[in-house]
Structure formats: C-alpha cells, structure tokens
Design a protein. Structure first.
Length: 278
C-alpha cells in the first residue's frame, strides 16, 4: 500500500466553503483509488504520459475531471465534479519497486475495462487488488533469464561460446549479489550496482587470466550490460517529448547515476585484476 496524505480541503465549493455531500464522498473514494492506481503504475516502470491518460480515462468514466501532477517521488491528484464545484485532493508517495511490465499491462487493461464496461468503483477496487496479488516470477527463473539475455548480447557482438558461458556465469552471480544487497539487506541501490558490476567484471576477466576462448574482450565488455538503465533513459525521453520536464530530469539523473556506478564497478574490477583493457 502506498503512503497517502490527504489534503484536507475536503470538498471545496466555488465560494471556498467546506461541505460533506454525496458528491464529496464519491470524489474521495475515487481519488483514493486513482492515487493508488497511478502510484502503482509509476513504481512499476511505466511512462508519465501513459499514467496520466489512464487516470484521466478512469476519472471521466465516473463523471469526474482530473488534474494530475507527477513529482519525482510523489503524485498530486485533484478530482472535480463535472461542474467544477466540488473537489478532493490527495498526495500519494511513489514507492520504489522493481520493474513489473505484467502489472503495467494488467492495470492499463483495467482502465479500458472501467471505461468500456462502466465498472462500479467497488468492482474496480477488487480487480485492482487482485492484480496486486498476482505472484511475480520466481527469483531463480528471473536470474536464469537475465543470464541468458546477457549471454545473448555477448553473442550479438560476435563473442564465442566460451565467452557466452563466462558472461552467463558473471551475470548470474552479479544479479544474485544485487538482489541480496538491495532486497535482503536493504542497502543503497547504487552501492549494490557498484558491487555487482565489480563482481560480474571480475568473473568475466577469467577469459584473460586463464586464456579461455578467443573473445575475452567481448566477454568483459558485455558482462555488465544487464545493469544498463535502459528503461529510465527511455522513460526520460518520453517525459521530455510530452512536456513532463521535472520527471524527465529526475529519471535522467537517476539513469546517469546508475551508469556511473556500473562504470565505477567495472573500473574497480580492472584495477583489482590488473588488466589493461584498451
């Protein structure tokens, strides 16, 4: 559950009086749902424009108008009735979670179901909560798939089969270390990126140290590609195109910091292994 902070202007009328009406209660319930919904979408890795369109679509389906603003770590959502006489505002903190494209797909489909089928708000809440309960892929399977994906990058750059095996091993070990540091120990993400990048690079240096394969340079260069923050870079460009400049700057800085962290880890590994990689 995301942390929500209600802005207690309650239901604000055109002459700035405070009232509690059925309209106010409707806006309050809908605002709570949409703030939770939007925060989950953003924390799962979707773009700001997609979140905004989904929120507006759902709000209009329930006869409300939405004013939606996204800050780097917080959502500000104000809903109005059709005549803009009553409003309700909620600030909702965006929790830090890992990417979840399955949740993004299901939540986007839910917005269309609400729009097309006019689902009652209670039914929308129930479906939303069911989506949150869907288990994610098991960690061992995700680790294996990440290793295969990074080994494929090695092959894409003409690495031989031995180099692919080295990259697979380096990726699996680095991914496991990052998971342990961030999820199990709760350590700083960038510190985990530096450590996991260093570990992956050290393992991939085995091609140089033991003379394994014919493309040890490719194995070393691709061993840390799994850490490249592609999604933040893409989302930053999307935010730039659609005018969400604050979110764009935030995502871009986050991506740059991650890139610098993985580069530090790689350089540290080269220093430890005393390899002059040119």
């Amino acid at each position: 559950m995301h942390n929500m902070k209600k802005v207690e202007n309650k239901s604000v009328t055109a002459n700035n009086t405070l009232v509690t009406t059925p309209t106010h209660e409707h806006l309050k319930g809908l605002c709570r749902f949409l703030s939770e919904y939007a925060a989950k979408l953003l924390s799962s890795g979707t773009t700001t424009i997609r979140t905004e369109k989904n929120v507006v679509r759902i709000a209009e389906s329930y006869g409300a108008l939405a004013d939606f603003a996204v800050l780097p770590n917080e959502i500000m959502l104000t809903l109005w009735d059709g005549n803009r006489e009553h409003s309700y505002t909620v600030n909702c903190k965006i929790s830090e979670t890992s990417l979840n494209f399955d949740a993004i797909t299901r939540l986007s489909a839910l917005s269309w179901r609400i729009s097309d089928e006019r689902l009652p708000l209670e039914s929308a809440w129930k479906e939303y909560e069911e989506i949150l309960k869907i288990p994610r892929l098991k960690f061992p399977l995700v680790t294996f798939l990440v290793g295969c994906a990074n080994a494929s990058f090695c092959r894409l750059f003409n690495g031989d089969w031995i180099s692919m095996a080295i990259v697979f091993t380096a990726t699996v070990c680095g991914f496991y270390l990052k998971h342990e540091m961030v999820v199990r120990q709760g350590l700083n993400v960038q510190l985990a990126v530096i450590a996991s990048s260093c570990l992956s690079a050290i393992i991939s240096c085995s091609g140089y140290v033991f003379g394994l394969g014919t493309t040890p340079d490719i194995a070393l260069a691709t061993s840390v590609l799994w850490l490249v923050p592609g999604i933040p870079f893409i989302n930053a460009m999307s935010d730039l195109i659609y005018g969400h400049y604050v979110c764009c700057l935030s995502r871009f800085i986050q991506a740059i910091i991650t890139t610098v962290s993985l580069s530090l880890g790689l350089c540290l590994a080269l220093m430890i292994m005393q390899i002059n990689y040119v």
